[in-house]
Design a protein around this ligand. Sequence first.
Ligand SMILES: CC(C)(COP(=O)(O)OP(=O)(O)OC[C@H]1O[C@@H](n2cnc3c(N)ncnc32)[C@H](O)[C@@H]1OP(=O)(O)O)[C@@H](O)C(=O)NCCC(=O)NCCS
Length: 140
Amino acid sequence: MNGVTISLGGATVDPAEAASLYVELGWGTRKEYSVPRMRRSLAHCDIVVSARNGEGELIGLGRALSDFAIDTKILDLVIAPEYQRQGIGQAMMRRIASAAKGTSVYFETERKNFPFAAKCGYEKRTGLFVFRMRHGGRKQ
Ligand SMILES: CC(C)(COP(=O)(O)OP(=O)(O)OC[C@H]1O[C@@H](n2cnc3c(N)ncnc32)[C@H](O)[C@@H]1OP(=O)(O)O)[C@@H](O)C(=O)NCCC(=O)NCCS
C-alpha cells in the first residue's frame, strides 16, 4: 500500500484509464469497455472507489450500486496485476462498505476469490446462483 491513495467518487476517474484497466486485466474487449460506456458507468454508479499509485496512475477501481437504505451490490473490483496482494483490494472493499453503511453489501465473485471475500468479512450464501441476460436481451 506504499504511496497508494484511495478515493471515493467517479468524477476524478478518467474513463479512458478506467477502460484500459479492465481491458488489460482481460475482462473484456475495447468495444465492451469503450470510453463512452465507461464514462456513462462512472457517472451512474452510486459508489466508485479508485486507487492510484505514487505517480498518480489508476491501479484499482471498484464500482457499486446502492439504495443507501437496504442493499448494495458491488459490480466489480479490479486491481492491476502488479499491485495485487498488497492489501489494496481489502482497503477498497472497506471504503465501499463505509460508503454504504447500514446496508447489506453483496459481492459476486469466482471461486478463486473466495479467500479474498472471506478476508474482507463476507460470508458465502449457499443455494443462490447468478442469472444473466446479456445486453438486456438485445442482440449486439
Ligand atoms: C480479487 C482482487 C480484487 C483482490 O485484490 P488484492 O488487492 O489483490 O487483495 P488484497 O491484497 O487486499 O488481499 C487481502 C487478502 O485476501 C486474500 N487474498 C487475496 N488474493 C488472494 C489470492 N489470489 N489467493 C488467496 N488469497 C487471496 C488474502 O487473505 C489477502 O491477505 P494476505 O495477502 O495478507 O494473505 C484482485 O486480485 C483482482 O483485481 N483480481 C482480478 C479481478 C477480480 O477477480 N475481481 C474480483 C471480482 S469482481
